[in-house]
Ligand binder design. Structure first.
Ligand code: GLC
Length: 571
């Protein structure tokens, strides 16, 4: 067996004696409105998170990341923030957040919160002031107001479209238009304005002073813009390379903002951390991940990949190299609150390229489970099996792992949400053509029965399907073969892997099998194929398999079964 080292290695001297906590952390994303509901109003809340602090600690994670819990009209699931330094009264109070921080810190867990700097809610005091103050006012300068085009300015300034569909401009009562890259209730801020910059520094300090350990930066690549006239058309925009000087995306000057934030982060002990949500070309990622900027950046490559050995290996090698270039560690993600859950992605993999009626099934897009036919064709068991194998592969990698609430239960996307109960702006802005992201945001099932499967004493703000019972925490805790049990075992073992950030690929004689070793001697073998693969000769004991069978059974069969991952101890 040949051992080849083709993954870039981080120089060991880049790591201090005690590497910063985030470098190889497992971070569990909580979508607060759907995690646990302490007051029974159907909406998850901060005291709900507090009540599940033991669950989080027992899971074996290192940190939680909370999606926004700020006051919001929920035009975009809380990413429309009306006040960055307060808590949505439906979710609790600042005192509740303090209690939650204390409870999680007492259990050794770090807390990362979401900062949404590209836009505010249209309910934010600044935007209300801007509307009231009228055209030409100083208050409008904090946003991006322009005169319209065409006779009487009745047409939008440009033909740009918003991320959730429709025009990116909305006309206000006095005839001016404002830019919104996302929902119409999310006016874009003007990051050339010193007050905007100063206010976010204040917000970062506000939460850092309260003890928050780090920040996830929403659409970190979109803040700064060059809106000098004449504004380009959508077609012209699309033709401009995104190389640091694009008018709207991934501009080099956004790092001036983050350099200022870095001073804030580093003024705390320990320094506060940040991770960028930056959907940028991979060679641009190191800018966000550098220690002068945000320090870490999400790598979404696995999240959009198929369950495929070739894709996984190329992605891992490339991203370890990218992380080394910035001095950061890599991040691995299979699911989050914006995409279809990975069990479902992998359960729809065998859809034909073209449907019987000629339609092309959309596997990665938002409209994925739009027809009853797609649901009937969902391979639930296979999807969960592949999801477990992919997760165990991911948890063996160097770098940090970001998990999304409910994936530890093997949850599938919920497709059965009636139109009148949907919430995602995508659904409305595309005239019900695309479902959007509600299906991965359905409140978690904690118990096998009850009005909202233990989410709270009341209902759930998005309807839970009957099959949630079997995927509830209570059901899975009682089952040693469950996905939850696998996550717990893996996360407990993973602490032994959080040492040197290295990986060595070991050649296999099959294109559909990946095999790597970590510096502590552990080996990870993932069989993406359908034929069993013999356990490597000379490897140590089976520590864990992704199969719903115990390790002894896997060891006794001597193979890595189809679509499974095995962790092996040193020989
Ligand atoms: C990010 C968030 C997403 C939100 C968008 C606008 O992509 O993850 O949920 O809709 O930004 O804030």
């Amino acid at each position: 067996m040949t051992v080849s080292i083709d993954a870039a290695r981080l120089p060991l001297d880049a790591l201090a004696d005690t590497p910063p906590w985030w470098r190889q952390a497992t971070v569990y994303q909580i979508y607060p409105r759907s995690f646990a509901d302490a007051d029974g109003d159907g909406l998850g809340d901060i005291r709900g998170i507090l009540s599940r602090a033991d669950y989080l600690a027992e899971l074996g994670i290192d940190a939680v990341w909370l999606s926004p819990f700020y006051p919001s009209e929920l035009a975009d699931g809380g990413y429309d923030v009306a006040d960055y330094r307060d808590v949505d009264p439906r979710l609790g109070t600042l005192a509740d957040v303090d209690d939650m921080l204390a409870a999680l810190h007492a259990r050794g867990l770090k807390v990362v919160i979401d900062i949404v700097p590209n836009h505010t809610s249209d309910q934010h005091a600044w935007f209300r002031e801007a509307l009231a103050a009228g055209r030409g006012s100083a208050a409008r300068e904090r946003y991006i107001f322009r005169e319209g085009s065409g006779p009487d300015g009745a047409e939008p300034p440009t033909d740009w479209t918003a991320a959730f569909g429709g025009s990116a401009w909305v006309r206000v009562a006095d005839g001016q238009w404002y830019l919104h890259s996302f929902a119409i209730e999310q006016p874009d801020l003007n990051w050339a304005h010193p007050e905007v910059r100063a206010d976010f520094v204040r917000t970062l300090r506000f939460w850092s002073d309260r003890g928050v350990d780090g920040f996830r930066i929403d659409v970190a690549h979109m803040l700064t813009k060059d809106l000098s006239e004449p504004l380009p058309s959508a077609a012209e925009l699309a033709a401009i390379p995104v190389d640091g000087n694009h008018p709207l995306l991934d501009r080099d000057d956004v790092h001036e903002v983050y350099a200022q934030w870095r001073e804030v982060f580093d003024s705390y002990d320990p320094p506060r951390t940040a991770v960028a949500e930056a959907w940028v070309a991979s060679d641009r990622v190191p800018k966000y991940a550098s220690p002068e900027s945000l320090g870490q950046s999400f790598n979404f490559d696995l999240l959009v990949a198929d369950f495929d050995a070739g894709q996984f290996r190329a992605i891992v090698t490339h991203n370890i190299d990218l992380a080394a270039r910035s001095g950061s560690s890599s991040t691995w993600v299979l699911s989050n609150h914006d995409v279809f859950r990975h069990a479902t992605r992998y359960g729809l993999r065998d859809l034909p390229a073209v449907d019987e009626d000629g339609a092309v099934p959309r596997r990665h897009g938002a409209g994925w489970l739009e027809s009853g036919a797609d649901q009937a064709r969902l391979d639930r068991v296979g999807g969960e099996r592949r999801a477990r194998a992919a997760t165990l592969f991911l948890l063996g990698l160097p770098g940090s792992a970001y998990l999304y609430q409910g994936e530890e239960l093997g949850l599938h996307e919920v497709a059965e949400i009636p139109g009148d109960q949907r919430q995602d702006p995508t659904y409305f802005r595309t005239h019900q053509e695309q479902y959007g992201r509600d299906g991965c945001r359905v409140p978690l099932p904690w118990t096998t029965e009850g009005p909202s499967f233990g989410f709270g004493d009341g209902g759930a703000h998005l309807p839970q399907p009957a099959w949630f019972a079997g995927h509830s925490v209570a059901a899975e805790e009682a089952d040693p073969d469950s996905t939850l049990s696998m996550y717990r075992r893996a996360l407990a073992l993973r602490h032994d892997l959080q040492t040197a950030e290295e990986l060595v690929w070991i050649d296999t004689d099959r294109a559909d099998v990946l095999h790597f070793a970590r510096p502590n001697g552990w080996q990870v073998v993932t069989n993406f194929g359908t034929e069993p693969y013999p356990l490597p000769e000379g490897a140590g004991a089976v520590l864990l398999t992704s199969a719903p069978v115990d390790a002894d059974a896997a060891a006794s069969t001597g193979v890595v079964a189809a679509e499974q991952t095995v962790w092996l101890a040193p020989a």
